[in-house]
Ligand binder design. Structure first.
Ligand code: HEM
Length: 433
């Protein structure tokens, strides 16, 4: 972030040849170099064509994310990825309950109904159950033989099972929400695909909420049906947000984190030698990988000056979490993975009122997942050469598509393309073979 600041631009429409956004990563691990070497805030052109701003500096990112003059209501401006179709934007009821895209006080009304279920204490109570789920998936990975697909047997099922159990969504229905999530988050999706996917998920969740209202069980959706202020549409929206936010991100952290450790044997050995480093290693992996790729985006409600630049009312501002987390203003030597690094105030879970509701849950899943893998498979290694592994850039994240092998016997020649993963996540994967 050492480059000079850009001059404030009075009329960005005059600017030609602006860099586009989102940017492909240089590889699965590292954000595009241009993001790391540019000024902390600079003009860019969004996928929808409008001109806005890109924030890559750590302090500037925090400034935007905590400032109520920036709105999270996505329908007001341009999105980092392909814009939400006009028909969906116009239909405000289509976002009922989905508080990720709401501002205060509406945002607090919905989030406030959930915070008590996501406290550190509540999440600790789930720890034993999460460890059981991890153990089952380690068995599944082993049973799959060598080489096994880490994503299909481990990284995807763990967070999906956990969030399904919490919400009371039958796990048998995972294909539906996993594939809908994949379709909605793709950069190359069509408007028709977006509308069809959203309708499918909304219908499924609405039917589920109605069933829980009639026959409540011991799960979060049932608990929400007892809240007078929430109707079925809103509960469905909350459940959809939790289902999607609760599985895709953690899946990508489990898979990409394993990949990062396997390609850095020194760090992997440090962790194996001292498991007590795991909680801080998880924080470091969250910072270093910053899997939320093209999010968050905010829209200025009035003219706001950030880092000496005037952002005009109505303009969209994309915060690059990967770049902000690699800013030397946050940590020394930010491009190095250091599993012993003291916990940093990274932005991997965002900042401000929208900071990730599921962060304590994600941490527990990640510690349990990495610990389980390290203990069960001392010979864990990549089954295909690194340069042949695939990588996907989706709305939220970047995930490796290949399959580290749980044992020593598998060689590159035995690796298979991860059909299941591509089918589930459906993102723009380069196949790894
Ligand atoms: C490693 C895993 C995860 C990462 C990196 C992550 C990242 C994020 C980020 C960056 C945001 C802020 C978005 C913004 O400011 O616009 C966010 C919000 C959110 N996340 Fe996560 N997340 C993870 C796991 C989870 C899990 C497991 C759940 C649910 C169980 C979850 C639920 C949510 C919800 C509901 C929000 C919206 C919060 C709000 O608007 O108030 N996330 N997440």
């Amino acid at each position: 972030m050492n480059a000079p600041m850009p001059a404030a631009h009075d009329d960005l429409r005059d600017l030609q040849d602006l860099p586009s956004y989102p940017k492909e990563r240089d590889d699965y691990i590292n954000p595009a170099r241009a993001l790391l070497t540019g000024p902390p805030i600079s003009p860019l052109r969004f996928a929808g064509g409008s001109v806005g701003w890109l924030v890559t500096g750590y302090h500037e990112a925090r400034e935007v994310l905590r400032d109520p003059r920036f709105s999270a209501e996505r329908w007001r401006g341009d999105d980092a990825m392909r814009p939400v179709p006009e028909s969906v934007r116009r239909d405000r009821s289509s976002g009922a309950g989905s508080f990720l895209a709401m501002d205060a006080p509406e945002h607090g009304h919905y989030r406030g109904q959930l915070t008590r279920y996501f406290t550190v204490r509540r999440m600790r109570e789930l720890e034993a159950r999460i460890e059981d789920i991890v153990a089952d998936q380690l068995d599944a990975l082993e049973a799959a033989g060598k080489p096994a697909d880490l994503v299909r047997h481990f990284a995807l099922p763990i967070p999906s099972l956990v969030i399904c159990e919490m919400l009371g969504v039958p796990y048998e229905e995972r294909e539906l929400f996993q594939s809908v999530a994949a379709r909605l988050l793709r950069q190359d999706r069509t408007d028709e695909e977006f509308v069809a996917g959203k309708t499918e998920l909304d219908t499924f969740l609405r039917t589920l909420v109605e069933a829980k209202r009639k026959d409540p069980r011991d799960d979060l959706i049932s608990l929400l049906t007892a809240v007078d202020e929430l109707n079925d549409e809103e509960i469905g929206g909350i459940a959809g947000l939790l289902l999607i936010a609760g599985h895709e991100t953690t899946t990508n952290m489990l898979s990409l984190g394993t990949f990062a450790l396997l390609r850095d044997p020194g760090q992997l050995e440090r962790l194996r030698a001292d498991e007590s480093l795991l909680p801080q290693a998880v924080e470091e992996l969250l910072r270093y990988l910053s899997i939320v790729n093209a999010f968050p985006v905010r829209i200025a409600l009035e003219d706001v000056v950030v880092g000496g630049v005037t952002i005009t009312a109505g303009q969209s501002v994309a915060v690059s979490v990967p770049a902000a987390n690699r800013d030397p203003a946050l940590v020394d030597d930010p491009d190095t993975l250091d599993v012993g690094r003291p916990r940093s105030s990274h932005l991997a879970f965002g900042y401000g009122i929208h900071q990730c509701l599921g962060q304590h849950l994600a941490r527990i899943e990640l510690v349990a997942g990495y610990r389980g893998l390290l203990r069960r498979f001392p010979g864990l290694r990549l089954a295909v050469p690194r340069r042949r592994s695939g990588c996907a850039a989706t709305w939220s994240s970047t995930e490796p598509t290949n399959c580290p092998s749980p044992g020593d016997g598998a060689g590159p020649d035995r690796a298979r393309p991860p059909h299941g993963r591509n089918r589930h996540m459906g993102s723009t994967h380069a196949e790894f073979m």
